[in-house]
Design a protein around this ligand. Structure first.
Ligand SMILES: NC(=O)c1ccc[n+]([C@@H]2O[C@H](COP(=O)([O-])OP(=O)(O)OC[C@H]3O[C@@H](n4cnc5c(N)ncnc54)[C@H](O)[C@@H]3O)[C@@H](O)[C@H]2O)c1
Length: 288
């Protein structure tokens, strides 16, 4: 690693982590991708390389740029490697205890110069930072799926996040070409809270037998001008991740019926029908 102060660490090489690592490397930062097993990192890197290859083939980047971006990406299975980095972004599974544990460990490993961010969709940043010795440098950086294509990043201020941390993180997001939007640490921040009825009402229509998955998606795309319909989007996000986000918001809003999770989606999660990542969700993937 050439310059640790210009380095960004990403924890979790899944759907979001790999995309965030790609964005950081494209933005010119030395980027270290962490996961608990090398095979998960390799799968994440393979997705990044394939994305970059597609971008080159479509003429969006040159072969030279593709090579330089790939060279900026390295990997590790040791959190200790993040010591001295300017920023570490956590994109591990949406499990509060797991995230708290990661932040406690990072807090002990990284000096005060390192900003620590969570990509959580549904937990409070304040709750994730609980137990850390330096919560002032912990914040939310909420990217959207897929990170290389979605400009917006919500920059979330926990109860104890310092103003300096917010400013530095906002500047870093601009430096990697993103559009930062400040958000308070309220359940679902801005976008996920507004998006909840988009998913929930679609699931209710399906449950009521009001329309098929395909019809709802087609109407929202063709008549509603949405890029994707709600079912396509749930499959892209991952039904497990989307369901966990709804459950978490439901609890945060003291079981408000407006955000009650759907038994249809719960069944899909329990059956392993998680969406694109497992080849089957509301749609079947990988087959003609
Ligand atoms: N999927 C989305 O559309 C989306 C959008 C915005 C935010 N998020 C948030 O991003 C985070 C990650 O979601 P995802 O969709 O990338 O999940 P994912 O399941 O695709 O990836 C999670 C990754 O974390 C790794 N992991 C497992 N245990 C770990 C541990 N103990 N330490 C570090 N890494 C570990 C897994 O091996 C996996 O590679 C979640 O907090 C989610 O709420 C997801």
């Amino acid at each position: 690693m050439s310059n640790k102060a210009e380095s960004i660490g990403v924890i979790g090489a899944g759907t979001m982590g790999a995309g965030i690592a790609q964005v950081a490397a494209q933005g010119g930062f030395e980027t270290h991708l962490y996961d608990i097993k090398q095979e998960f990192i390799d799968a994440g890197l393979a997705r990044i390389y394939s994305f970059l290859k597609g971008s080159r083939e479509r003429g969006k980047i040159s072969a030279e740029e593709e090579k330089r971006i790939a060279e900026r990406l390295t990997s590790t299975t040791q959190l200790e490697d993040f010591k001295g980095f300017s920023l570490v972004i956590e994109a591990a599974p949406e499990i509060l205890e797991l995230k708290r544990d990661i932040f406690k460990r990072l807090d002990a490993i990284c000096g005060s110069e390192t900003l620590l961010a969570t990509n959580t969709s549904s937990f409070n940043v304040t709750a994730i930072a609980a137990g850390a010795a330096h919560p002032e440098r912990i914040l939310g950086l909420h990217f959207f799926n897929p990170p290389p294509l979605m400009a917006l990043v919500e920059v979330v201020q926990g109860d104890r996040t310092s103003e300096e941390t917010m400013e530095k993180a906002t500047a870093l997001m601009r430096a990697i070409g993103k559009t930062p939007a400040r958000a308070k640490d309220t359940p679902g921040f801005i976008v996920n809270r507004i998006a909840r009825p988009f998913y929930n009402e679609a699931l209710r229509i399906l449950g009521d037998g009001g329309a098929t998955v395909e019809t709802v998606d087609r109407i929202m795309r063709e008549a509603g001008n949405f890029r994707m319909g709600p079912f396509e989007l749930m499959d892209l996000i991952g039904n497990d991740i989307n369901f966990a986000a709804t459950e978490s918001l439901y609890r945060s809003f003291f079981e408000d019926a407006r955000v009650r999770p759907s038994p249809i989606q719960q069944r899909m999660v329990m059956g392993g029908n998680l969406g694109r990542k497992t080849g089957r969700g509301f749609y079947v993937y990988g087959k003609k």
